[in-house]
Design a protein around this ligand. Structure first.
Ligand code: AP5
Ligand code: MG
Length: 214
């Protein structure tokens, strides 16, 4: 399975991509998670990315594309992947097509999770994440079993820096404007699947699974 997830910040890409990757037994590759791990480890890539992430802006295309190209060449990606958060600009989408052409493994679906802006603001403000394994929770809709603690590894949950109100609003406004041209791009290739991202996580997951297997 080779699928990319598209959608507003907070639309549920990470939540749904993790579920689909587990079910399909392929790797879940999230560019935001890779950038955050590099920021945490203070690598040169992390130092470059941090300034953009803190402002809620996209990391430049050349940096992001080189990172994804390297990641897709790792052995696990040969069996398929779910890309979450990439592409998010038209040049990234075109670069991905060229990379996959070189590997003779074209993308199968671009899955767009449609959620209204009011809902994503609520989702981002209540999100909590595990800094160790990246697991995603929400204080109301997806609480961990023990408040403030990751179900999987017991680490204390944190709020992402870019989920602070003004940065979150900036991400929604500025980043989506750059991602939106990907919808007609993939529709033109006959690869766009539009899924209603409203409602419970399990209901959305059932729609996602039906869309990719239908
Ligand atoms: P990234 O980490 O990819 O952030 P994003 O795209 O803004 O998306 P989010 O992770 O905020 O939301 P999501 O759609 O994954 O939602 P989630 O499942 O967590 O990128 C971060 C930064 O890295 C960017 O700002 C940029 O600087 C940089 N970057 C990354 N990729 C890049 C690229 N390709 N090019 C350039 N720069 C890049 O859900 C949100 C919340 O809602 C959670 O709390 C969850 O529990 C809850 N929730 C989920 N589903 C439901 C539901 N159905 N009902 C109720 N609550 C729900
Ligand atoms: Mg995410």
């Amino acid at each position: 399975m080779r699928v990319v997830f598209l959608g507003l910040p907070g639309s549920g890409k990470g939540t749904q991509a993790a579920l689909l990757a587990r079910a399909a037994r392929v790797s879940h590759i999230a560019t935001g998670d890779i950038f955050r791990a590099n920021v945490r480890d203070q690598t040169p890539l992390g130092r470059t990315a941090r300034a953009y992430m803190d402002r809620g802006e996209n990391v430049p295309d050349d940096v992001t594309i080189a990172m994804v190209r390297a990641r897709l060449q790792e052995p696990d990606a040969a069996a398929g992947f779910i890309l979450d958060g990439f592409p998010r600009t038209l040049p990234q989408g075109q670069a991905l097509d060229r990379m996959l052409e070189d590997l003779a493994t074209p993308l199968e679906h671009a899955l767009y999770l449609r959620v209204d802006i009011g809902a994503v603001v609520r989702r981002l403000s209540g999100r909590r994440v595990c800094p160790k394994d990246g697991a995603v929770y929400h204080v109301e809709t997806q609480p961990p079993k023990t408040p403030g603690v990751c179900d999987l590894c017991g680490t204390a949950l944190i709020q992402r820096d870019d989920d602070r109100d003004e940065v979150a609003r900036h991400r929604i406004r500025v980043q989506w404007a750059q991602a939106e041209p990907l919808l007609p791009y993939y529709a033109g290739q006959g690869k766009l699947l539009e899924v209603d991202g409203a409602g419970e996580v399990t209901a959305v997951a059932a729609r996602v699974s039906a869309a990719v297997s239908g």
